[in-house]
Design a binder for this molecule. Sequence first.
Ligand SMILES: NC(=O)c1ccc[n+]([C@@H]2O[C@H](COP(=O)([O-])OP(=O)(O)OC[C@H]3O[C@@H](n4cnc5c(N)ncnc54)[C@H](O)[C@@H]3O)[C@@H](O)[C@H]2O)c1
Length: 261
Amino acid sequence: MERFSGKSIYLTGGASGIGRAVTGAFIKEGGTVTILDRSAAGLKELKQQFGEAVQCIEGDVTIYEDHVRSVQTAVETYGKIDIFVANAGVFDGFAKFENVTPEAMSAAYDLLFNINVKGYFYGSKASLAELRKSSGNMIFTVSGAGFYPDGGGVWYTASKHAQIGLMRQLAFELAPAIRVNAVAPGGTLTALHVVPPLQPFVTIADKEMKAKSIKKRNPLQIAMSSEDHIGAYLLLASDQARAITGEVISSDGGLAIRGLG
Ligand SMILES: NC(=O)c1ccc[n+]([C@@H]2O[C@H](COP(=O)([O-])OP(=O)(O)OC[C@H]3O[C@@H](n4cnc5c(N)ncnc54)[C@H](O)[C@@H]3O)[C@@H](O)[C@H]2O)c1
């Protein structure tokens, strides 16, 4: 089935993890994807894997001009943008607020909010005119941390709540032309980075420890992989979701029914 044949997607953070899996899924269903990411090595691999179906822009989501450059490339290469996926993000490693020095707190705030929040503002703004032309839609990668405590520390949790606020306000302002929704993955085995100012305050778990703790915390007991979230993105991006805006699909193994046990 080629649901995205002729569709052009602009996605941030596609060189790794969830963004990479979603990129592959769009391409498998006939779409073309323009990626903004700061990982030159990851982008090189993507290009080798997907060839003409992908355009790779090395840059930083905190720089508005890098989004503009990506949008221009998408339009020059594929003629338009139908879907914007805001996804590039970083983590705080569950750093405890009380333990972190004021200097590290401030530096972590700037870095994490610039990437996780300003990066989503910028991508939305830069792609907006093209999405208006195509009557397209936006999807934000949020997180269980956008609803519940302990999906990270204060920086990550607050940034994920902010992304949901941005998504809901944009869904309101941009209706009826453009739908805006989100996917909230639960703990997923990826290379998600802890911002450097917080590294001295966190214990970096190995993959096995991470998998165990993710499994323990969700009712379905899944240590999720990036591929587990693909279906939610494809649904929201497709015309099958034409009546859905301002919504979050939780793809988290059932955190909302965790109960008190
Ligand atoms: N891994 C999880 O447990 C989990 C759970 C819920 C939500 N998420 C969210 O999923 C999204 C993707 O994360 P992931 O887990 O796939 O991590 P990842 O590290 O595998 O992928 C993130 C990508 O974003 C890119 N990136 C980071 N900062 C950037 C910047 N300033 N400019 C350009 N590119 C940048 C990285 O190079 C990388 O390719 C994030 O928004 C994250 O918060 C992850």
